[in-house]
Design a protein around this ligand. Sequence first.
Ligand code: ASP
Length: 325
Amino acid sequence: MTTKITVLATGGTIAGIAGSAIAPEYRAGEIGIDEYLEQVGGLGLGAQLSGRQIANIDSAEIGQQVWNVLHPAIVAALADDQCHGVIVTHGTDTLEETAFLLDLTLPATKPVVVVGAMRPSDAVGYDGLRNFANAVRVAGDGDASGRGVLVVMGDRVFAARDVRKYRTRGAEAFRGFPRESVGLVTPASLEWFGAPWRQDGAACFEWAGNLPEVTIIYAYAGLSAAAVERQLGDTTRGIVLAGVGEGNMPDAVRQMLAAQAQRGVPVIRASRVDEGLVDREAEDTANGFIAARALNPQKSRILLQLLLANGVTDPVDIQDYFDRR
Ligand code: ASP
C-alpha cells in the first residue's frame, strides 16, 4: 500500500529564495507548495504527497490567524482514512511555538511532523531537501504516532515539547531539552529511542481560536518594577517571566508580580538561560507564582494561553500542568 502524506506549507526558509547560491540575504516563503512538491518528486521518496498552501510567510509573522487555518487543516487530514501522516513546513524562527501548540491540541493518533530549513532553496548546501526527505520517512512511520507532534531538523527527531532553536545560523541550529532527541532519521532509516508516550491518543486541550494575551517579561540586571508595569496592559491575562538564572528577578519586580498574581493574573517563573529546570521554591506559594520547570518562556506562554483559554486559572492547577509537561 502506498503511504499517503498531506503536506501543509506555511513558508519559511525551506521555501526561501536568495537568487544566488552564495548570497547572504534571501526572502523566506517564496516557493509555492506545488513547485516544492515537484522538486522533491525526483527524490524517489516512496510516498504519495499531496500539498496545500496554508500561508507563505516568514515565521516571524506566524500567529493566531495562520494557526486558525493550519489547525483545522491538520484535523481534517488526520480524519481522512487515506492519509497516513501530516508534514507541516515552517520557518525555523517560531517553529518550536507552532509545534508545541499543535502538540497540545491535536490527537496523537497519526504522525504529525514539523520541518524547516536554515538555508534557502537555491543556496549551496540547501538543507531543506534532506530535512524534508527525513520528515517523509518519519511521517510515514506507524511507530511515530503516540509521540505527539515531532520536529525533524537534520538527521534528528525531536519531541515538540523539547525542541528549541539555539543558533541563529548554520544547519545545526536545533536541540532538545530535557530530551536531546527522540530518534535518528535518514531518508532510508529511522531509529526511535524508547516507546511512544501518548498512549490514549486524545488531544490534551480543546482548540482555542482566540488565545488570551500573555506577556513575556525579559529580566536583566537593573530591571525595574516601572519597566515591567509599562509592558502590562488591560488585556494581559497572564505573565511569563524570562528570569535570570533559575527564574530569579529583582525584589521590586517580585513584589510587583506577586501583586499581579494576587489580582488573579497567573505569573510563570521561567528562565532566560537556554537550558535547565526552573523548579518550585518555598516562596512561590507566598508569591502566588508558578515554576516553568523544563519549558522555556515562549513555550510557557503557549501552555499558559491554552490553560487560560480552557478555564484553568488556579495557580495550583496551572503548576500541576507545568509539572506534567
Ligand atoms: N526567518 C526564517 C523564518 O523563520 C528563518 C528560517 O525559516 O530558517 O521564516
